[in-house]
Design a protein around this ligand. Sequence first.
Ligand code: CUA
Length: 318
Amino acid sequence: MSILDAAGSAARQQFWVWWAMLAVAVAVSLGVYALWFYTFCRREPASRTPREERRIMLRWVLGGGIALPVVSIVALLVFAAPTGRGMLPFPEGEAERIEVIGHQWWWEVRYPGEGEEREVVTANRLVMPAGEPVDFHLTSDDVIHAFWIPRLGGKRDMVPGRDSIVRLEADSPGVFGAQCAEYCGAQHTHMLLHVEALERDAFDAWLAERRSSPELQPGFDQAREAFGEHCAACHAVAGFPDELVVDDLEHDIRGPDLSDIGSRPTLGAGVLPMEEGAIAYWLQHHQTLKPGNRMPPHHHIDTETLHEIGAWLETLEP
Ligand code: CUA
């Protein structure tokens, strides 16, 4: 997750802005130290007239206090403005659109469909095409989060009630770390996003698998019934039968869509690696692993049922 290891055009421009700012900051610091040193070494003139005092003071105020900051800030601005502009969605409508919504404390990622196409929804994993610009439409469901993929560029605040767009591009396929970059509550640290850039063909295939009508594996009847009773009010699964959903909650808190959870690399937005048994473990210990997360504890559900639900969820991948 280093900005100094840029893997996209926006990140590369930001990399140079970073070095330019560092260079200016170092030059200013050295200048200040040199002056400081000079004040110790020089010999005071015997006396100065008030007029001379005033002239010296004015020189410092105008030169060091006004001219120097104006020149250096304008220079940095001229250097940095094209970088900011490069992350705006211009020209419009020429990039893949991916929507990212921040939640306490996880990421919702949506790929809108055109016309009859089914919208694809996933969580805590962002798959994007490489070698072309992608417009990320950002917002938040609760508090302010920030979208940041250090090696690709950013960052951009995700503000509730507002849609902001950042255009980023990955030079070539690869996996990139991303992290919420705005303190958003107790589990801000556990708000990691796994970003994968794929070749265009592989990206299209990845999306097409998820756009096609979902078919749930046969079996796991008990697990599905239990899921419908305990989980389905908050968590959607594409193709899950409506008649199994028991929704007696009086809130509209949304949990991550679980339609392809079996294919995701982590659980709990980066808390656990996805491996056999991990979901059942998460279901039992999630309030210890990620205290304060919005999913209530499951003390009222027996361990066997949690294991069944976990085993079924692991089969959910296209
Ligand atoms: Cu979300 Cu910090």
